[in-house]
Write a protein that binds this ligand. Sequence first.
Ligand SMILES: Cc1ncc(COP(=O)(O)O)c(C=O)c1O
Length: 424
Amino acid sequence: MQTEENKDVIYYPEAGIKKAVEEFETPFFVYEEKRLRENCRNLRGAFTKYFPGVDGKGAFQPLYAVKANSNPEVLKIIISEGFEFDASSDTEVILGQKLKVGGMFTGNYNPASELKVAQDAGFILNLDDVSMLDFFVGDGALSVPETISFRINPGVGKATIASNVFAGPNAKYGVPFEKAYEAYEKAKEMGVKHFGIHMMTGSNVPMEDKDYFAGIIRKLFDIVADIKNKTGIEIEFMNMGGGFGVPYKPEEKSLDMEVVAKSIRGAFDEKCKEYGLKEPRLMAEPGRFIAADAGWLVSKVIVIKDSYKKFVGIDASSNDMPRPSIYGAYHHATVMKESDEKELVSIVGRICENNDQLAQDRLLQKCEIGDIVLIHNCGGHAFAMGHNYNGRPRHAEYLLQENGELRMIRRAETFEDLYKTTEV
Ligand SMILES: Cc1ncc(COP(=O)(O)O)c(C=O)c1O
């Protein structure tokens, strides 16, 4: 049941999803335009309050991590809220070109050809290592860009899931912070004129760590000051990455963006004064915070099995939303019916892997064949991570528009889609 306390995770647009179930075959994803826009405004509003871009205070530019949900209709909504792209591949850059938006390209271990696509599209290149500067030297090299940023590994990272820790000694990302100045110096010698700095330390940083982001900023300023001392380079923009956590479990709380932005303002004031720095422009590149709680995977119960445990088989599987299977991630499940009768069940799919358990050992409304089961927080890093294992086509995506109408924004895949790159 939805209450004021648990509404963050348990929330779903009941009337819209009921209508979708009446009109369309399950399984499918539904994204809610209203919540997408609210999330964009919540983040952008909090940051622009403290980084208004007037009176000598730096401006704030939000980017959206396209990898979280790259459906073009979802992207159009986010772009219309003032976000540019954080692109991680040449394909995401091309998508940006088609939707007429620029931004920053943050890849890792990419070939020169991929950087060229981003450079030609006017994206700021955010390089993952000093060795990538070699792509700009010698015969047939890329032209040296006016502006460059480096992704820095601060030596520590944080996330709720171990493989979502993106910094520290075991992380494959970024330039070790002690060596950062060498990368900037080399770029300056090559003719680069403008510089930025980037850090992305982890994904889904938990709510109770609201000071974590100000800590990242402080660390970035220490590195910025070191670069300035050693090379004379003034860093003009600072991208603090994404990673803002969202509640997945009913007892978890939403990150208070106002508090986060205010603490970052404090870190800016403190560090610019300490080091005598001109304030850089601030950027952030959230994915999950914008999209995750604006989407649901809607499925139907097709098999109920009384085994050593009770398994409820639905018509969606881990290939549709792999987070539980790859990280053991928790996603809340709701059986859409009013009933006081509850039982302990595991919600499973049809993939031939035992980790195809979308919700394990949950006390849920007693299920019957045909009941509708929602998996929450499926707007970001959900469909986008999906795959076709076991020959399973991916399902349709619908947008619940602000006017209450539903619109198909991606049709379901067919056998022909899966094999169109072969001779079968
Ligand atoms: C470089 C980079 N930026 C931003 C993001 C978005 O992270 P989140 O969705 O946790 O905000 C990711 C996620 O993998 C990332 O790798």
